[in-house]
Design a protein around this ligand. Structure first.
Ligand SMILES: Nc1nc2c(ncn2[C@@H]2O[C@H](COP(=O)(O)OP(=O)(O)OP(=O)(O)O)[C@@H](O)[C@H]2O)c(=O)[nH]1
Ligand SMILES: [Mg+2]
Length: 410
């Protein structure tokens, strides 16, 4: 089975622009209003990472993208986005809508934390004048709420479960814990690394202190659901000052400046045929100028100024950052004919697969089709015209033909 797309959870305090970000990224209509707790049920949609298509790197005039889109030389590869209800401080004690709905994010691979950088929503998500609320508080409290949610879920029945681990070898302990938390998209290596980093490898699990268990769970959360901060509403003047101050206060954190509202406006204008804009572009051009009224023109001018300053609206940048920099995924292109770069129907570079860095040629064969994996003989790197074995670690933009004793029926 081809790799399933990475899942990106959109989280944050209530009324900060999560659904606006979601709709801008997916064009799936979402309820958006300036009041707390508008979203109750999760919104699910498809967004895309954007990357230069390998056909342009090879020098081909075009490709026939099938599992993804290729527009003007850019590949847009699907990712899944989940927009959930908003959190408030104390959600794990039942405040606001509580944190039970976070279970909708169990499968998420990475979380985009949308922050109202303008400080125009108070701790409860009510509108207040910009600069009134400190977004730094939200960054810290929401992360804490996410950790508490994770902790509650994993701690459940821990005493009994941990006693069963005491007689096991380290390997068995890692497997047992990984199995127990598999519904949270936590991988074996996340469990192994957390145990090692916290010096818990040789300590009987039933004797861990409450603090040790909590540290372990938080580390697991950081590894299995890393958080990327999106500094939203950067279009409001007060935001820049907050952004600079918070960047200095949290030197290790990456903050991605964004205006979800501007991205949404651009996508809508593009749909109406008023502008030409490709998500992730640093600018746009007007088309049908006679159809653009003076109010729209003024709004577009303001957006243009913002994009010049921040090199885009930040929405595509946030998705790309989450997938390429945090999840460290690469893009590879399986083909049947390594000379023509085509599948068996003559489609040029039809599929672009997002896979984790470190994926081998043999693993790719299994991802394309189990039979291809079972009968794996070797792989051919089409661009280099080179034959490699099953243990070859794939590189970004590799175009790969799998040679197998069994053929896939594609
Ligand atoms: N100025 C500005 N306003 C924004 C931006 N993004 C969202 N908003 C506004 O913020 C308000 C809340 O947006 P939503 O997307 O509904 O926020 P949410 O986080 O999904 O809210 P809940 O679902 O209620 O928790 C709306 O009035 C949006 O128009 C932005 O980038 N800039
Ligand atoms: Mg919402």
């Amino acid at each position: 089975m081809p790799p399933s797309p990475p899942i990106i959870g959109v989280i944050g305090k209530t009324n900060v622009g999560k659904s606006t970000f979601f709709e801008a990224a997916t064009m799936v209509p979402a309820k958006i209003e300036n009041r707390p707790f508008v979203t109750i049920e999760p919104n699910i949609g498809v967004g895309y990472v954007r990357k230069i298509c390998v056909h342009t790197l090879i020098g081909l005039p075009k490709c026939d993208a099938r599992n993804s889109l290729c527009i003007e030389g850019y590949r847009f590869i699907p990712v899944k986005l989940l927009d959930v209800a908003g959190l408030v401080k104390g959600a794990h004690e039942g405040r606001g809508l509580g944190n039970k709905f976070m279970d909708d994010l169990r499968q998420a691979d990475v979380l985009l934390h949308i922050v109202d950088m303008s400080g125009s929503t108070d701790a409860e998500g009510n509108p207040v004048p910009p600069g009134t609320h400190d977004p730094l508080e939200d960054i810290l409290t929401i992360e804490n709420e996410v950790n508490e949610w994770f902790y509650e879920r994993i701690r459940k029945d821990w005493e009994r479960f941990s006693r069963g681990l005491d007689s096991m070898s380290l390997d068995e302990v890692v497997n047992a814990i990984a199995q127990r938390v598999s519904g949270f998209s936590i991988r074996r290596e996340h469990v192994a690394l957390s145990l090692r980093e916290l010096n818990l490898e040789s300590k009987k699990p039933s004797t861990w202190s409450e603090d040790e268990l909590k540290e372990f769970v938080i580390r697991l959360r950081e590894l299995s659901k890393p958080i990327v901060i999106v500094a939203n509403k950067m279009d409001i003047p007060k935001s820049e000052e907050n952004y600079r101050r918070i960047k200095e206060t949290l030197p290790g954190k990456v903050l991605i400046p964004a205006s979800a509202a501007y991205e949404l406006a651009l996508r809508k204008a593009e749909r109406l045929g008023l502008i030409k804009y490709l998500p992730g572009d640093k600018d746009f051009t007007l088309v049908n100028e006679e159809r653009i009224n003076s109010k729209q023109r003024k709004a577009l001018e303001i957006i243009e100024g913002f994009m010049r300053k921040y090199e885009g609206t930040g929405v595509q940048a946030a998705i790309n950052y989450a997938v390429f920099n945090v999840l460290k995924m690469i893009v590879v292109y399986p083909v049947e004919d390594p000379h023509k770069y085509t599948d068996s129907f003559g489609n040029i570079l039809p599929d672009a697969y997002l896979v984790r860095e470190g994926t081998t040629a043999l693993e790719l064969a299994y991802l394309i089709h189990t039979d291809l994996g079972k009968g794996f003989l070797h792989a051919i790197l089409a661009r280099e015209g080179k034959r490699v074995g099953g243990s070859y670690t794939l590189k970004d933009n590799d175009v790969v033909k799998i040679v197998s004793a069994k053929t896939s029926k594609r």
